[in-house]
Design a protein around this ligand. Structure first.
Ligand code: IPE
Ligand code: IPE
Ligand code: MG
Length: 233
């Protein structure tokens, strides 16, 4: 079983378009698709599930769509946090939430606080997340810890230092990255962490993604030979 599954929840807009609906309806349906996947992952023994909800590039969309997405995020947290807590899910965020509307920031903080003690599975919501932005913030965080401390020898960053300052610090890297919606690209998602992640792209649009689609992705993962650059043992 993958310890950490990451999902690019793409295809909401196309799902709506196919039905002659506004894009926001696709996002609404996409939120409904998420809950059974979170539960399935928790029941399967996955330790971390990270879902890409809003990228640093998604601000380029019309304000009505951006606001609709923020409303859905708040709605999701208000309606599902309690039930996810009972499932043993700890809700966290990766990404820079400072530019989000106050109510979205508050909803994320409240969900994180109320589920902080849960230890069955971590649900990481990637909100205003970009892999490049995360790396820059990680390096800046590290630099700010150096501050005025006196130092011996030249200043040098290491892989360990970067990993320790990422938003995902302390979590295992994703074993499996699933992209719904058929596009074979990573769209600035977890650039550092997916160095050796198994990729699975499905044409299924995110609102149609269900636990059976998840099971297919996991079966594909289980059939792979992961060598991490070494040779088959
Ligand atoms: C993914 O669905 C959700 C977000 C990016 C927030 P899209 O809105 O990108 O849907 P498509 O790719 O246009 O179908
Ligand atoms: C990736 O989907 C971001 C999320 C699912 C939140 P996009 O629809 O934004 O990515 P591109 O534009 O197809 O690369
Ligand atoms: Mg898309």
């Amino acid at each position: 079983m993958p310890r950490h599954i990451a999902i690019i929840m793409d295809g909401n807009g196309r799902w709506a378009k196919l039905r002659g609906m506004p894009r926001v309806m696709g996002h609404r349906q996409g939120v409904l698709a998420l809950k059974p996947i979170v539960k399935a992952c928790a029941h399967l023994g996955v330790n971390v599930l990270t879902v890409y909800a809003f990228s640093t590039e998604n601000w380029a969309r019309p304000a009505t769509e951006v606001n609709g997405l923020m409303d859905l995020l708040v709605e999701f947290l208000r309606s599902e946090t309690q039930e996810l807590k009972l499932e043993g899910v700890s809700i966290r965020t990766i990404g820079d939430i400072a530019p989000l509307a106050q109510r979205a920031q508050r909803a994320l903080q409240e969900a994180a606080e109320s589920t902080a003690e849960q230890s069955r599975m971590i649900l990481n919501l990637a909100v205003n997340y970009g892999g490049r932005d995360e790396l820059v913030r990680a390096v800046n965080r590290w630099l700010s810890t150096l501050g005025t401390k006196s130092r011996e020898g030249p200043l040098a960053v290491t892989q360990e230092v970067i990993a320790r300052h990422l938003d995902s610090a302390g979590m295992p890297d994703p074993d499996l990255l699933i992209r719904a919606g058929g596009e074979a690209r990573v769209s600035n998602f977890m650039l550092w962490q997916i160095a050796y992640t198994e990729l699975y792209v499905t044409d299924t649009l995110w609102p149609d993604f269900d636990p059976r689609t998840l099971a297919m992705a996991i079966r594909s993962f289980q059939s792979r030979s992961r060598r991490f650059g070494a040779l088959e043992s």
